[in-house]
Design a protein around this ligand. Sequence first.
Ligand code: MIC
Ligand code: SF4
Length: 621
Amino acid sequence: MAETLARKILKSHIVSENETDNVITIKIDRTLTQDATGTMAYLEFMSFGLDKVKTELSVSYVDHNTLQNGFMNADDHKFLQTVADKYGIVFSKAGNGICHQVNVERFAKPGTTLLGSDSHTPTSGAVGAIAIGAGGLDVACAMAGKPFLMVNPKIVGVKLTGKLRKGVAAKDVILYLIGKMTTKGGVNKIIEYYGDGVKTLSVPERATICNMGAEVGATTSLFPSDEITREFFALQSRSEDFLPLSADEGATYDENVEIDLSEIVPYAACPNSPDNVKPISELSSVKVDQVLIGSCTNSGYGDFVKVASILKGRKVHKDVSLAIAPGSQQVLRMIAKNGILDVLLSAGARILESACGPCIGMGQSPSTDGVSLRTFNRNFYGRSGTNSAKVYLVSPEVAALSAVKGYVSSPIGMDLDLFPQDVDYPTCENLLFKPTFKSEVVMGPNIKPLPKFLPIEKDFTAKVVISLEDNITTDHIMPAGAKVLPYRSNIEKISEFVFSNIDEKFSKRCKELGSGIIVAKQNYGQGSSREHAAIAPRFLGIKAVIASSFARIHRKNLINFGIIPIELDIEADMYDEINVKFDRNTVWVTNKTKNKEYKATNNLSDEEYELIAVGGLLNTF
Ligand code: MIC
Ligand code: SF4
């Protein structure tokens, strides 16, 4: 039977299949972590008592917390470096770049499986890998050689035809698709691109598209590995990693989408959701205060070719602050070498470190009510560090032109290739370290031991501690940013910030009540893979989240830490008293305050039910 590429790679990695529960487990070849989720992942891995990782390759990146305000971040970096060296993990030091950008440049390999403790891990699908984002504990288990459990995904085939017009970018393609699919439309699906249009897109452009597949909640996204991929590997001096891969002729997909690239126009995702997509032409009256170019979505060399083509001979508008963060040291060196950096500086751009930076609220917060145009992938409420800011997600081309004009502007039709695209990438590996297995792990005082959790009872009563709407993001649940990120290795401290952007008293209320239930609507927990959005609520006594539906990674994180995710649409206000009873097949929920009863199928798989029964995955070791 003709197979899709995704199915072929999954099949070659399948370890077990449970058709009744519709779940599969797959072998994970490679892992990646970043510092903000990595410290927990490695504490978890160390608790297994192994002497080295069992994967063919594991890489630990430092890219999120590089502000080093206080000793905490630097201590985390030292911990990560010594753990990597001791347990056989490649270490990418702060300054080397954003994990996904560097991973595509130096490591991503066609046909392999990659599990990363970051939701944008699918970026590496650009070269035909199955690259999945997961919580730190799942990644720790993968490093210990355990297969990864997931819902057997549906494969969505996106047929690309035609060619992008001048001034239209890969970013516009994915914004268009997100607008169509919405932020919950991809849950438990893999998006596979195919068709004639594929060959018109470079690997970095494919990476942009795969990267933001995370915004529809997809398990992953991938492109075939073809001649364009071969050329990319050659420019990266790693031709030996190339392998041609594609779907079989006539393969059928579970769902079908067709995009004619020549019909795409420049788009923006408007505040405060990546699926609030509008054509740039409708936004020309929006005055801009800040423009940021960077993040794992759009910080490659090709992006800066476009940006510099627009900025050459022009000046940034006096009312706009333009800052750029090249995605990796490789990109920074390239633009420094061939004059692009000089063009950016002459136009008045501010240069930031090659790291996540403002994308995760580490600096560059906009002014009160400020309009910020970003080439990033998320514009969730509060994520920029300024709750009242209006963040728009755009292509580098739109960002650069708008920085010059002072208003949102469309670059359609502009000639944007004033600098060569095909350059030999400098393969600087001076910030990448192979393990020597010699280090002793160094743990600073802010790195606290993992908390221990008892199993929740199969019949319990607790109060609703917060009642929420649709599309609650992990940025709502467990904010990031410069104030909170330094506590990623300290659960007791970070738990004080749970829901703090929308409900300052949440953590105090939980402590007073001793236990609690969170109630929400559709797509609870969309966004990041941060398992802190599960561990910290568990630490505060949360026993269940009752929501109409859940985002994939967050649902798994809840289960991993012994919180039961109950899929049910219930009516409940704060302080309502709720009784929850469950067995393997059914969940009964009674709102005692409102005198209402509900019954639902317990849609945990056998493995997940076991985890809830023992109080989470860590209790199984
Ligand atoms: C994000 O983009 O939200 C992050 C920060 O990269 C997260 C990981 C984290 O919270 O550390 C993600 O996407 O998984
Ligand atoms: Fe970093 Fe932003 Fe990418 Fe997350 S989305 S990995 S914070 S650049």
